[in-house]
Structures are given as structure tokens and as C-alpha cells.
Design a protein around this ligand. Structure first.
Ligand code: GCU
Length: 593
């Protein structure tokens, strides 16, 4: 008895680190004012706006006054939305754009207000009524600034400079195989909160337990110890704890809960309240662990039937952001027979994550440490760590998210392993309840038909991601029939990418590259091979849907699109879509699902 209490305490302490960033949790469950809509925008290719004081939104005060910019006279851009697909001349634009949003706000007593951005690519500087609120770097994570003292009662104007210029020390760096969509790409919201409010909370099963809930609550603005109550009415749970001087309270209590799984995506209404603040959320409870070469979901081995996808909008293209986009994309994932989706190569929008929670899809979430970056630059490491913390801060209560991926296809060199070791450590300090992985593509050619996954990074991962393009970038599809795979570790392997390109509707011989028949033949050989990979725990072929890429320039075939989709960007299913669907249906039958 004493020992298990000790174990529990240790687990709780390990899980109870304070919330990493000042990100306000669960914005969908808060009182908010949307600032979405048409924003006037000035495209500023030579970045003159700062020096010219665009953030003051000045107007000529006399006929002779010389003001050489005007938001009022400038065309609008929709927010949320990338600018590239809103105006043809901005499709290839990389640089600063200044956005302005005017709004009327009536201040209320004892109310604090924050401006919350779902994401803006790549760097953002935010001004309110001419005053700077703050900066943010990273195109795919949320950020918020307090605006209480800067807000006016009545007319207000928010100016945001967004700059998607690629940087060698950035995350990602200069080269990606996805379009560098710029702009305010997700919702902008004003959040109204009491003077002391619930900034963040974590309500999950304790590490390794199926009947103990553990977690923490972090208050902001509490002047003294304050009572916090966690309620899960359906499970007859009502627990109260008291915060310490820093506004932090940890808790753990026994609970009999219906566990969340893809087949049974059970979400509970959970309420966290303290003082005059109350937050409502829908949370699923499940455990995820590794045991030898198996991934265990709720204590049972699970095979991850997945697909990889970009956050590219179906049909209209551009950055996806809406609940409808998520519904279409994840609907296709489900139609394939998947219980798993790899969201590549950056944290996707919250609509997708929350939908995965509701419809039952296990999620691989990734930060854009992609290909080669500035490994020895401390600022680049700090940037990557901040993106990891912000990704965790937004999604740590989502049962669907099981894997934190710290990188994709990075070169094997000491400074890279050192960098990623620190990221892996950060991920574990943040979250002892999920698994750390990375997609790796460097394998040893042990002999003609044998490849060994032995990237030194594997040492620090819980789950090994393997990207292999046999039949496309190397070898022929049929070579897969003889290929043997080995691994230097007794750890679960997810084949995180394989595939080939084919524009929808291009038909021909199965050995003619770019035809649907070639892509389909590649899949058939791959699916045979993959089942023979040792320690195989799942797969996520590349890729659900064709997506825009600056690296794909073959006219009439690619036209700046990566055509490895199983579905075209017009929603047309290719032959390989049905081959994979059939394979997953068979897998489900075998697993008795
Ligand atoms: C890589 C990479 C993807 C890319 C894909 C491809 O493996 O991770 O981002 O799109 O291969 O070449 O199509």
C-alpha cells in the first residue's frame, strides 16, 4: 500500500509541472469576441512599415499632411486565411504584410482581456491602439497577449505585422516541401476573463493508471490561496483543492471512467471552477504506453492504421483552418479505415485535434524541425522548445494526441542528435503520459535487400518513425517483395511515410511513372513488404491529399503540387486510395474491430 502511494505521488509530481507558457487554455470554452473577418492589409515588400509607423494607423490631419500609407484605402484580406490564395499576385509572396482591424469594445469592471491568435505564419508583431503588445515566432502555434490596460472603451484598432520570410535559423528553416502560406491563418479572438482566472489545467489519467485521475490547475491573478473544484458529473466526481501562493494546485483522485479509444471515443464533460471563473471542457481518458515493440492503448496492443496529411484546405486549397475543413479531411481519413492520423509537419489547427477527439482518431503531432536546420544555434533550439511547449499547452487535454514528434527527416550528425536529445527531454518533462517519436529516413544498406534502421536518434525515442520511399526515390516497386528491414532497437516502428506521385486521372501502364496504376502498384508491393517489418506498430502513408509545394514544378503533372495524395485536392480518389482502404478493412477484421 505505502509503495503504491509513493509511486503515485512520484507520478503525480512528474506529471504536475506548471503549465509551460502563458497560453490560455481551452479558448473554445471561454467568453470571447471574434475578430475574424475582413482586415485591411498593406503588403510591405521592403519592410518600411515599422519605420513609417504603420502601427499608429495615422490619417492626414490637414491637406498638406504627408502620410504615405492608408489602411482605409488598402484592400482587405480575410482572417483567418493565408494571403497567398486570396490574391493571385500574393501566391509567391514572402515578406511583411501589415493587417489592421478596427473594433468597438465596451470595457467591463473587474474584467481582463487577452488577444488570442490561433496562429500566424511566421513572425508576428502585435500592436493595439498604437502600443506594442508583443512578438511571436512560429507559424503553427497559438499565442496571446494581455490587452486590458491598452484597450479603450469604444473604438479600438489592432495592427499586426506578419512576416513569412524564411530564415536559415528558423523552425522550419529555408527549405520545405510545403507551401509557405503567409498570414493570420487561424482565428483571432478577444478573451474576457475575471481578475483571477484559470489560465490552464490538466485533467488526465495518472501515468500508467486506468483508475486514478491526476493533474493540476494554474490560476492567473489570484492574490492568495484559492479553492479550485474539478467536476466530472457523469462519473460522480467533485474534487476540491487549494492553490499555493503561485496559484498552482495539484490533485489526484480515484475515478471509474469509460476509457477513450478510436472505437469508443468517449468524452466526459469536465468543469474546472475557481472564484468567479469556470471552464467547461470535453475530455477523454485513456492510457498510452510502449511495451517492448508494442504500443499499448488502455493496456492493449494497438495497430495504428494511419495516413499522413498536411493542413491544406480541400477543394479551395490554401491553409486549412475551419471546422468544415477538418470535417472533410478527417472524414476522408475515417473513410480509409484509419484509427490514426499523422499531422505533418507542424501543429495543425485545434478544430482538427478536437474533431479527432470526438470521432476517434489517434494523433501524431509534430513540430516543424524539418530536414536540415541551424542545429548549433541556441536561439533555434529555444524556438523549437517554445513551439513544443505551445503545442503541448494547447493540446495536453486531448485524448486523441498520443505522439509528440520532435522532427522529420533530419541529417545524422552529432549536433543534430544533441539538439533533438534536448527536445526529447523537454517533451518528457512536459508530459510523462505520451510517447516521443521522430520520422527518420537515414537507414543503413546492410546488403542489397536488407536495410537497417540504426539512426542514433532512435536511442532517445519511445517510438521510431521510418520514412522510406522504396519504389519512388530509390528502387522499383517490386523490389519491396525481397526487401528485409531490421532495427537496432526493440522499439515499436511506425512507417511514417511511403508513397508515390500520380495526378488524378492519369492512367497508363503500371510501370509508367506518374500514372495512378504506378502509384497503386507501388502501394500493393509496399503493403506486402511493410507487414514483414519487425516491431511494426503502425503506418501513415504519404499522403492523404495532394498539396501545394514550391519544390514540385513538373508542368502538367505537378504544377507546384506534390501529387502523392491518395485523393486529389479536388476530392477525387485515386486507385491507391481503394487499395489502402481494402488493406485497412482486412486489418480491422483481423483485429476483430
Ligand atoms: C519527405 C518529406 C515530406 C515530403 C515527401 C515527398 O519524406 O517528409 O515532407 O513531402 O518526402 O518527397 O513527397
Amino acid at each position: 500500500m505505502k509503495n503504491c502511494l509513493l509511486v503515485l505521488l512520484l507520478a503525480t509530481c512528474a506529471q504536475a509541472a506548471t503549465s509551460p507558457s502563458s497560453l490560455i487554455a481551452n479558448v473554445p470554452g471561454r467568453t470571447t469576441v471574434s475578430l475574424n473577418g475582413a482586415w485591411h492589409a498593406i503588403v510591405d515588400p521592403y519592410d518600411n512599415g515599422g519605420g513609417s509607423g504603420f502601427f499608429r494607423d495615422e490619417k492626414p490631419r490637414s491637406n498638406s499632411d504627408r502620410i504615405e500609407y492608408s489602411f482605409d484605402l488598402s484592400p482587405v484580406l480575410n482572417v483567418p486565411g493565408d494571403w497567398n490564395t486570396q490574391r493571385e499576385q500574393l501566391m509567391f509572396y514572402e515578406g511583411p504584410v501589415w493587417y489592421r482591424r478596427q473594433f468597438i469594445y465596451h470595457k467591463r469592471p473587474n474584467t481582463r482581456v487577452f488577444v488570442y491568435f490561433g496562429a500566424a505564419n511566421y513572425t508576428s508583431t502585435v500592436y493595439l491602439n498604437g502600443e506594442k503588445l508583443g512578438d511571436h515566432e512560429g507559424g503553427f502555434t497559438a499565442f496571446n497577449f494581455e490587452a486590458t490596460s491598452t484597450l479603450r472603451d469604444g473604438d479600438n484598432f489592432l495592427v499586426v505585422e506578419v512576416n513569412n520570410t524564411r530564415r536559415a535559423d528558423g523552425v522550419p528553416a529555408l527549405r520545405t516541401d510545403w507551401w509557405n502560406y503567409g498570414g493570420i491563418t487561424r482565428d483571432v479572438t478577444l478573451i474576457e476573463l475575471p481578475a483571477a482566472f484559470i489560465q490552464d489545467y490538466w485533467v488526465q489519467l495518472a501515468h500508467g493508471s486506468q483508475n486514478e485521475v491526476a493533474g493540476w490547475v494554474q490560476l492567473d491573478g489570484a492574490q492568495s490561496a484559492q479553492q479550485v473544484t474539478i467536476e466530472i458529473p457523469e462519473a460522480h466526481i467533485r474534487e476540491s483543492v487549494t492553490t499555493d501562493a503561485a496559484g498552482q494546485a495539484n490533485f489526484h483522485f480515484p475515478a471509474r471512467l469509460d476509457l477513450w479509444s478510436p472505437e469508443h471515443p468517449k468524452l466526459y464533460d469536465v468543469t474546472v471552477s475557481s472564484g468567479s471563473d469556470i471552464v467547461h471542457d470535453q475530455i477523454g481518458f485513456r492510457t498510452i504506453q510502449v511495451q517492448g515493440a508494442n504500443i499499448l492503448l488502455n493496456g492493449k496492443p494497438v495497430f495504428l492504421r494511419g495516413v499522413s496529411m498536411h493542413e491544406e484546405a480541400p477543394f479551395r486549397e490554401g491553409r486549412a483552418f475551419s471546422p468544415e475543413d477538418a470535417q472533410t479531411l478527417l472524414g476522408w481519413v475515417k473513410e480509409l479505415g484509419c484509427n490514426f492520423v499523422r499531422l505533418a509537419h507542424y501543429p495543425h489547427n485545434e478544430n482538427e485535434i478536437r474533431l479527432a477527439d470526438r470521432i476517434g482518431l489517434l494523433v501524431w503531432s509534430e513540430i516543424p524541425v524539418y530536414w536540415d536546420i541551424d542545429w548549433q544555434n541556441a536561439a533555434t533550439l529555444a524556438n523549437a522548445q517554445a513551439q513544443l511547449r505551445d503545442e503541448f499547452a494547447r493540446d495536453h487535454n486531448r485524448a486523441a494526441v498520443i505522439l509528440w514528434s520532435i522532427a522529420n527527416e533530419t541529417p545524422v550528425k552529432p549536433e543534430r542528435v544533441q539538439f533533438l536529445k534536448q527536445l526529447a527531454q523537454e517533451a518528457r518533462e512536459l508530459d510523462s503520459t505520451r510517447l516521443v517519436t521522430s520520422a527518420m529516413d537515414r537507414v543503413d544498406q546492410t546488403s542489397v535487400d536488407v536495410r537497417t534502421l540504426s539512426d542514433p536518434l532512435g536511442e532517445v525515442l519511445d517510438v521510431l518513425g521510418l520514412n522510406e520511399y522504396l519504389g519512388w526515390y530509390w528502387g522499383r516497386p517490386e523490389d519491396a517483395d525481397r526487401m528485409q528491414w531490421k532495427s537496432a532497437w526493440n522499439k515499436p516502428i511506425i512507417v511514417s511515410e511511403f508513397g508515390g506521385g500520380a495526378p488524378f486521372g492519369l492512367h497508363g501502364d503500371a510501370d509508367q511513372r506518374w500514372t495512378e496504376e504506378y502509384q497503386d502498384r507501388l502501394f500493393q508491393h509496399q503493403l506486402g513488404m511493410i507487414q514483414r517489418i519487425p516491431n511494426l506498430a503502425g503506418m501513415a502513408p504519404w499522403v492523404l491529399m495532394d498539396f501545394r509545394s514550391p519544390a514540385r514544378m513538373l508542368p502538367g503533372i505537378q504544377d507546384y503540387h506534390n501529387r502523392k495524395g491518395l485523393i486529389s485536392n479536388r476530392g477525387q480518389r485515386k486507385l491507391a486510395f481503394y487499395t489502402l482502404q481494402k488493406f485497412y478493412k482486412k486489418k480491422m477484421m483481423e483485429a476483430g474491430k
